[in-house]
Each structure stands twice: as structure tokens, then as C-alpha cells.
Design a protein around this ligand. Structure first.
Ligand code: 5GP
Length: 228
């Protein structure tokens, strides 16, 4: 990893949302972008969602998801503990307020991997919207989406059919609340696109301006000191 440091990037409590159909490549892209941006000083904290689906081989509690029962999930939903939640392919998924809010309030940057229903709920949240950036990721074709879903060997053919239908309706019913749209036909290019969107957003942040102001104050102090 590079040891370079830069004054350009500062954590400022931004919520990055990567959304789109399952099979679009969201989790791969998030991992790659986290790794690519970390050396620049852009630290993205992945928000670990709660889900009622069963744990898959290779997954870890607290790393990939918090695995909970339907009853526990519903109790959390009733208690208002989710920033957003949705039923996706028959299972419940939700982003806990605690997971995200405490980090944003501390000024850290957070990244979410959620479906379109969840992204829509966050877009409708007036308090969060100004501090968030959302990106819709889509595979290059439906044939490719079907191929990826089959290749993952995680889903039954009925499940794959359901996921394809859902992807179709996600496009049809307009994803016009997204800030960016990326077609994942080349994972390197898609990674660069997500990285570019995040970097551009970070450069508009007030915290970068604060770094300049601090520099100006220091410079003024030193100049005054030397002329006194
Ligand atoms: P999988 O079961 O394959 O890990 O995820 C299925 C879908 O659920 C993916 O599209 C993923 O983005 C979405 N998902 C994961 N966590 C959440 C969440 O907290 N909220 C919502 N709305 N969707 C989620």
C-alpha cells in the first residue's frame, strides 16, 4: 500500500449508496473501490445490513450481514431501528440506523450495498439526502445478468427467474432518483467510474475548504509573527 498522504480528502459524514439488481456486481465493486480509495485517505465504512436469509458458505456473521430471525427483524422494524428496510427475493434486509447514524455523526463516510427499494427510501429521507450520493449499477444485458446469477450457483432457477423479473421492473419503474448510473460491462472501468463519482463528491466537501482555511490561518500567523 502507498504511504502517500494528501490534503485533499477528509471524512465528512457522506453516505454512498450502491444499488441495483442482485448480480450487477455491487459487492465486488464496493470491495475494489474501498481498496483503491483507502491509500488516498478516503476511508469508506461498509454498513453491515441485517437479514433474515440464511448464511451462505464463506460468509461471516457481522462481516457480510447480521443474520437474524424474522421475529427479531420485525421487532427492530416496529421499534424504528432501520434507516430503510425491504423484502428482497422473499427475505428481509435492512440497514440499522445505529450502524449508519453513529458513523455519519462522527463524521465518517459510509457505503451501503442495498436494493432499489432501499435506495428509494433513503432518497425520500430529507435529512439524509443532502449528505448522500447514490449510484445505480446494472449489468450489460439481461442475458449477462442471467449468466451471472446462474454462475453464482447460489440461487435456484425459480429464484433466478424472480431476480430477473425484479431487475426488469426496477428499470421500468424508473430509477430516476439516482445521482449516477454505471453499466458494469467491464469491472475495471466500472470500478473507475464509482471511484470517480466518490472522489468528485469528496472534492466538493466543505472539509477540503476547511483544510485550506487552516492553511491560510497558519500562513497569516507565521507572516504576522515574522513581521512583528
Ligand atoms: P444477497 O442475499 O444476494 O446478499 O442480497 C440480495 C439483495 O439484497 C442485493 O441486491 C443487496 O443489495 C440487497 N440488500 C442487502 N442488504 C440490504 C439492505 O440493508 N437493505 C436493502 N433494501 N437491500 C439490501
Amino acid at each position: 500500500m502507498s504511504n502517500r498522504t494528501t490534503l485533499n480528502f477528509h471524512p465528512d459524514g457522506t453516505l454512498f449508496i450502491v444499488s441495483g439488481p442482485s448480480g450487477a456486481g455491487k459487492s465486488t465493486l464496493i470491495q475494489r473501490v474501498k481498496k483503491a480509495l483507502d491509500p488516498l485517505g478516503v476511508r469508506l465504512h461498509f454498513s453491515v445490513s441485517h437479514t433474515t436469509r440464511s448464511i451462505r458458505a464463506g460468509e461471516q456473521e457481522g462481516v457480510d450481514y447480521h443474520y437474524v430471525t424474522e421475529a427479531a427483524f420485525e421487532a427492530m422494524a416496529v421499534a424504528g431501528e432501520f434507516l430503510e428496510w425491504a423484502r428482497v427475493h422473499g427475505n428481509l434486509y435492512g440497514t440499522s440506523i445505529h450502524e449508519v447514524r453513529t458513523r455519519l455523526d462522527r463524521g465518517e463516510d459510509v457505503i451501503l450495498d442495498i436494493d432499489v427499494q432501499g435506495a428509494r427510501q433513503i432518497a425520500a429521507n430529507d435529512a439524509l439526502r443532502p449528505h448522500s450520493l447514490s449510484l445505480f449499477l446494472f449489468p450489460p444485458s439481461f442475458e449477462e445478468l442471467a449468466r451471472r446469477l446462474k454462475g453464482r450457483a447460489l440461487n435456484s432457477s425459480k429464484d433466478i427467474e424472480m431476480r430477473l423479473q425484479k431487475a426488469l421492473s426496477e428499470i421500468e419503474h424508473g430509477s430516476n432518483f439516482y445521482d449516477y448510473v454505471v453499466i458494469n460491462d467491464d469491472v475495471d472501468i466500472a470500478t473507475e467510474c464509482l471511484k470517480a463519482a466518490i472522489v468528485a463528491r469528496k472534492l466538493t466537501s466543505k472539509s477540503a475548504l476547511q483544510a485550506l482555511q487552516q492553511m491560510a490561518r497558519r500562513f497569516k500567523g507565521e507572516t504576522n509573527g515574522s513581521t512583528a
